[in-house]
Design a protein around this ligand. Structure first.
Ligand code: NAP
Ligand code: GDD
Length: 325
């Protein structure tokens, strides 16, 4: 039985990845940080199957002793401060988690478990003000937020440890991926949650920022499969994971309101400058040909299916909450 250590297991991707690894017969160990309340709703259904260890990416000793004690075959580093606007408010902390945190995990592996295979959660946000369309593994980075800058560091330190110490360390450059488990501050879930609340009469408006930004959005369940496939290869290499289709925030909004039977979004959506960013990533679209060719990876859920599944899940959840009240 192989052992996988997952940092960020309480996040959206951590929950889908843990499910996949359990299905594949792994012993799954999740690193969580101590909080005063124990709210881990995304992995509540997995608590009997996953082992939990307490650690923090800010604390080198805790990471090193976890890697030593768990003796993982595979390490998935998903933990990060992952919300882009927060990275302008807390740039130094974002750098500590999202950039130096990667080095702490790599250092632990190098020192006590160099045979472990390492996955780093890199991001299309590294392409930022894109220098070519679509973006591939060789496209130059031009990050537009402290988060993007931190991810560029995490990406290159992964490449550097692979080349310096011969570690099996890979970086998945993943484009936006969403689900019913997405945090509610991200635009897709903010929209599906807002639509559900409007549908059930809890509010009458949804305040958003830039409706013209474009993203290449996929389904998180499809994307964690790519992470796992990257660590099953003979040689460590980096891959872009994307659908190759791009849509605007406005497209997402329009389909979401139609799915809920609310008609035109224009009656409900207001523009709020608080949600407009100091620097924007206008157009992300990825070319995942290398992953298709070498990993046999294909996304299975389309953009339209993604919007519908998120809106339906939130409508059902809000209805159930109201019924309980
Ligand atoms: P998420 O839902 O925000 O989850 C982030 C996870 O990191 C949570 O489990 C969080 O734990 C943990 N974490 C944060 N700071 C930590 C620290 N100092 N020590 C230990 N754990 C810490 O993010 P996600 O959407 O699942 O994304 C997973 C990873 O992929 C992130 O690195 C993200 O930057 C990257 N990524 C995401 C996307 C996307 O579209 N989703 C695309 C490209 C890359 P708590 O529960 O304790 O807060
Ligand atoms: N969050 C948010 N809230 N975004 C809004 C809003 C709003 O009210 N209105 C418009 N947007 C626009 C943002 O300006 C941005 O262009 C786009 O919606 C997507 O924003 P997010 O959903 O917050 O995601 P992101 O693209 O900034 O970052 C996500 O994807 C990255 C991969 O490219 C995160 O998951 C990152 O962790 C990830 O690396």
């Amino acid at each position: 039985m192989k052992t996988a250590l997952v940092t960020g297991i309480t996040g959206q991707d951590g929950s889908f990845l843990a499910e996949l690894l359990l299905r594949e017969g792994y012993r799954v160990v999740g690193m969580t940080r101590r909080t005063s309340t124990d709210v881990h709703e995304r992995i509540a259904h997995l608590v009997d199957d996953v082992e939990f260890v307490s650690g923090d990416l800010l604390d080198q000793m805790s990471v090193a002793s976890i890697v030593d004690e768990v003796a993982p075959d595979e390490v998935y580093n998903l933990a990060a401060q992952s919300f882009v606007p927060a990275s302008w408010r807390q740039p130094v902390l974002t750098g500590e988690f999202t950039a130096l945190g990667v080095t702490r995990v790599l250092e632990a592996i190098r020192a006590v478990r160099p045979s472990a295979r390492f996955y780093q959660a890199s991001s299309s946000e590294m392409f930022g003000k894109v220098v070519e369309v679509p973006q591939t593994e060789t496209t130059a980075f031009y990050p537009r937020s402290p988060y993007g800058v931190a991810k560029v560091y995490g990406h290159w330190i992964t490449v550097n440890y692979r080349e310096s110490y011969d570690l099996f360390a890979v970086s998945g450059i993943l484009f936006n991926h969403e689900s019913q488990r997405r945090g509610k501050e991200f635009v897709t879930r903010k929209i599906s949650d807002g639509v559900a609340r409007i549908k059930h009469g809890l509010t009458g408006t949804l305040a958003l920022g830039n409706l013209d930004a474009k993203r290449d959005w996929g389904f998180a369940g499809d994307y964690v499969r790519a992470m796992w496939l990257m660590l099953q290869r003979e040689t460590p290499e980096d891959y872009v994971i994307a659908t190759g289709r791009t849509h605007s925030v406005r497209d997402f909004v329009r389909i979401a309101f139609e799915t809920a039977g609310l008609g035109s979004y224009e009656r409900y959506v207001t523009l709020d400058p608080r949600f407009v960013r100091p620097a924007e990533v206008d157009l992300l679209v990825g070319d995942a040909s290398k992953a298709r060719r070498e990993l046999g990876w294909e996304p299975e859920v389309s953009f339209e299916e993604l919007v519908e599944l998120m809106v339906r899940a939130d409508c059902d959840r809000v209805a159930a909450e109201l019924a309980r009240v």
